[in-house]
Ligand binder design. Structure first.
Ligand code: C2O
Ligand code: CU
Ligand code: CU
Length: 514
């Protein structure tokens, strides 16, 4: 009976059907964003699509996986065809299922008429296998990287990382989920039947034109704030509905959007347990009623549906008081993250089957000792906003040409290595946001641990392993990371803002480990 319960919220569970429908219709705020907002409302729901799993085939001690990058069309909106791109399909890709210690052999074929790359976001792999902007796969070419799964179980993802075109390619569908299995997950008692009680949720916002085509970057503002949509897709499903069969469900949330940050919550305010962050299980679940995920962040949450009540997963409007809300000019020019949105309708089936008891101790997370760090490296993120509108302390002024996003005053240059790190070192990275909006800062190579935010220790939510961290306006975040295992003087890893239009327009740098 020590299965997690939401008893203390039972007074929320008596929402009438009418109230429920009303709350579901609150998300019509998308009118502030151009493009046609499609299919809002609870009437026309579609069953949540679950991406197929790719389990790999065993040969010569390796697990082999094949991905074809291919163009297709998708019917997101009934009666309209949307040109889209997918891996082994029309939109998104299969969920790649890896096991800790597996040796992976990937076979990727680019069947598009454009170049691309495939990056394993959050994975600890050699630079040549990382799929960053230098590992270009030309139209018609193959790419066969090999790597070993050396990290903790968890929810990761893969996506295009084409130089200056990541935003465009990901928007059209070039991403998919990775699930890594390990001992801790197996013993946790967490729901683990994929598609039944272990449910991936790739959340993306999109804009559509009236003919059903994707609308990508209509105005300079779509670059400045990043590309926001007014229509939510979950696993490529419009107005998605999910029908739990079990009392407990684990959702693996990926914010796969280009720019939007979601404040996930349930519309009956029930609590849930956060059990994993970017780099796998937390040491124990954290009870919470909202969860803010910026682009590229993942989280696994455990939700109790044993009351049988219908409920909606929504995204709340981010309050001005949030450290991640835009400031000044930036907050006026766009309703950034301030719309309440419907994400997923949930209607439990009758006669839910009971779920296993979830362990209280999920994993052991050894905190990396700060004394281990040999140096602190500083990064400042800044933006140029039109004439004279710089970060508050002023970035370097390189106006025009879309070069409006800087790290340490520089825009991304493939011919410049920004940091050279010694293999085996532990470093503290100190990232300061000198702009008026939040940037999710992501580092390739491995997972890190957050040390502090503006000098204050991280909340329980941020005590797990991370590979992307939200850095609000004027915030300074310090994190610690070990640079072990891989040495390559010629091939760099990336660090960047994961608002893809920022990344594509300069807010990225590279480092080598040798
Ligand atoms: Cu999710 Cu550099 O990438
Ligand atoms: Cu990455
Ligand atoms: Cu950014």
């Amino acid at each position: 009976m020590n299965r997690f319960s939401n008893d203390k919220n039972s007074h929320f569970s008596s929402l009438s059907r009418r109230q429920f429908l009303q709350s579901a219709s609150l998300y019509s705020a998308g009118i502030l964003i151009p493009g046609v907002a499609f299919a809002q409302g609870a009437q026309q729901r579609n069953p949540l699509k679950i991406p197929d799993q790719l389990l790999g085939t065993q040969r010569n001690g390796q697990s082999h996986y094949s991905l074809n990058v291919q163009a297709g069309t998708s019917e997101f909106i009934p009666g309209l065809r949307t040109p889209s791109v997918g891996y082994n399909g029309d939109y998104l890709g299969p969920t790649l299922r890896f096991k800790q210690d597996d040796n992976i052999s990937m076979h990727i074929r680019n069947q598009l008429e454009e170049s691309t790359t495939v990056h394993w976001h959050g994975l600890h792999v050699p630079a040549k296998a990382d799929g960053g902007p230098a590992q270009v796969i030309k139209s018609g070419d193959d790419w066969n990287p090999e790597f070993k799964i050396m990290q903790r179980g968890g929810t990761y993802w893969y996506h295009s990382h084409a130089l200056n075109r990541t935003g465009d390619q990901v928007y059209r569908g070039m991403s998919g989920l990775i699930i890594i299995d390990d001992e801790d997950n197996q013993q946790s008692g967490l729901p683990s039947e994929y598609g039944v009680d272990d449910i991936p949720l790739i959340v993306q916002d999109r804009q559509f034109n009236e003919d059903g085509t994707f609308r990508y970057i209509g105005t300079p503002r779509d670059i400045m704030t990043g590309m926001f949509g007014n229509t939510v897709l979950v696993n490529g499903t419009l107005s998605a509905e999910f029908n739990p069969k079990t009392e407990l469900v684990r959702f693996r949330l990926l914010n796969g959007s280009n720019a939007r940050t979601y404040s996930f919550a349930f519309d009956d305010q029930r609590t849930f347990k956060l059990v994993a962050s970017d780099g796998g299980l937390l040491s124990k679940g954290n009870d919470q009623s909202t969860l803010v995920l910026a682009p590229s962040e993942r989280a696994e949450i455990l939700v109790d549906f044993s009351d049988g009540n219908p409920v909606n997963l929504i995204s709340l409007s981010m309050p001005d008081s949030s450290p991640f809300s835009a400031r000044g000019m930036m907050s006026n020019m766009h309703p950034m993250n301030q719309e309440r949105m419907q994400i997923l309708a949930i209607e439990p089936q009758s006669n839910l089957s009971s779920s296993e008891t979830v362990r209280a101790e999920l994993s052991t997370i050894q905190r990396i000792d700060q004394a281990e760090a040999v140096r602190t490296r500083s990064f400042t993120l800044s933006m140029a906003m039109g004439m004279g509108m710089m970060g508050r302390r002023g970035g370097r002024g390189r106006m025009g040409g879309g070069e409006s996003f800087f790290i340490n005053g520089e825009v991304m240059d493939m011919n410049r290595v920004d940091a050279r790190i010694r293999m085996g070192d532990t470093e503290i990275w100190e990232v300061t946001n000198d702009s008026m909006m939040m940037h999710p800062f992501h580092v390739h190579f491995d997972q890190f641990q957050i040390l502090d935010r503006n000098g204050r220790p991280p909340s329980a939510e941020e005590m797990g392993f991370k590979d992307s961290v939200k850095i609000g306006p004027d915030e300074t975040v310090r994190f610690i990371m070990r640079f072990n295992d891989f040495s390559d003087a010629d091939t760099a890893y990336m660090y960047h803002c994961h608002i893809l239009e920022h990344e594509d327009n300069g807010m990225m740098g590279q480092f080598t480990v040798t």
